[in-house]
Design a protein around this ligand. Sequence first.
Ligand code: BES
Ligand code: ZN
Ligand code: ZN
Length: 460
Amino acid sequence: MPLSFAAADPASLPLYLITPEQLETTLSKLDEAQAQWVRAQGFSAGAGSLCTFPGASGIAGAVAGLGSEKERKRTRFTLGTVRAALPKGVYHLETDVTGEALEEQLLGWLFSGYVFDKYAKKSPSEAELVAPEGVDAARLEAIAAGEALTRDLINTPANDMGPAELEAAARDLADSYSAKISVTTGDALLAQGFPMIHAVGRASPRAPRLIDMRWGDTGPVLTLVGKGVCFDTGGLNLKPGASMGLMKKDMGGAATVLGLAQMIMALGLPLQLRVLIPAVENAVDGSAFRPQDILTSRKGLTVEINNTDAEGRLVLADALALADETPSDLVISMATLTGAARVAVGPDIAPYFATDASDAATVAKAGARVADPVWQLPYWEPYESMIEPGIADLDNAPSGGMAGSITAALFLRRFVTETPRYMHFDIYGWNPSAKPARPKGGVGQGARAILAALPELLGL
Ligand code: BES
Ligand code: ZN
Ligand code: ZN
């Protein structure tokens, strides 16, 4: 089972996970012949390095490297690289790594069991690991399963992951955990008061919709809102080819909140969860919304469209306005919202915004603990004027292009006026090159930081 641990097995082989400093003491625990073998292979415990050693009937075990201090600072999930190279077999860990660092490595192991094989045959690792004693294996498996859902949804190309398919994925998830789900589709969006979701999605033959899932009857209320732009052509402000290339991932926010929702439900957290996903395709035809159109949002605020490629904030605004109509202890939006966020912090780090300073600190600490890097950006009030065009209440695409992630976050915040605690994550959702336990392609960001922070955020 690539995404879970093996049952305890008396015949499991030792997998020593060590630093270079621990190499000699580790080798002294092996047979002399085995130790000589490992030395002869030139194994020096570099990050992710692996050397199996023989016994009477094949492989007797393996040594794997965590790397030097410098390497360890640069590498997350090193055990994922080790797993990818390990021969088939059942292993157990022998290591000094404990606590959160051990959990990170175990997640690395599980994450590296993920393969996206919908369109081409791939062979997942056949190496299995018995979870070390004292570790909450079921929790780690739930996290890995949620991450795999996120990756699958992002990796599936837009021809097979339109608004309807995203709805189907949300329905599957709801069914698995007896969650309630309702969906408002097509012209019903106008009747129900979601004009901006409709405007962004109406040019596609694949009808726009708002997905609303609820789970749990007691406890604090957490509302997650995810950008579900199944493909972002840019609309009439068409993206150039190179920028459009990755835009199947523009539902990365939706994929990430669904993955996080799965983790929360699988773990049975004592809270009331609501997930809102505006699912649309930002396409081009004669019915497309245009630059200089002025839309009236669900909240009543008018928005001048200065760029049809700044569509994410429009669909999120109507979903956030709905979220804001009923009390939540915390509202969190996640979206592949701006190119500016990627320019600022690159693909690894999720910038986030928080209306409550203590929530911001809680999430930062949690992210650092669970190797899910996040970094706070400010709701810089002086930039509010940048999103005010004069002719309407708001401008969806301020000219000048400065502070793009901040102005997008300020825009979204205008739609959350009744909920004191609101956070927004401007994620990338994509791993541009293979890294330990994170193949090139869709990847969750921020979900594990939030999950780890929830007990403190919501007093669970
Ligand atoms: N989906 C994009 C943002 C994006 C682009 C995220 C590339 C990750 C990588 C979003 O809809 C968009 O195009 N935003 C524009 C806004 C601008 C027109 C104000 C952007 O960031 O350039
Ligand atoms: Zn766009
Ligand atoms: Zn977009």
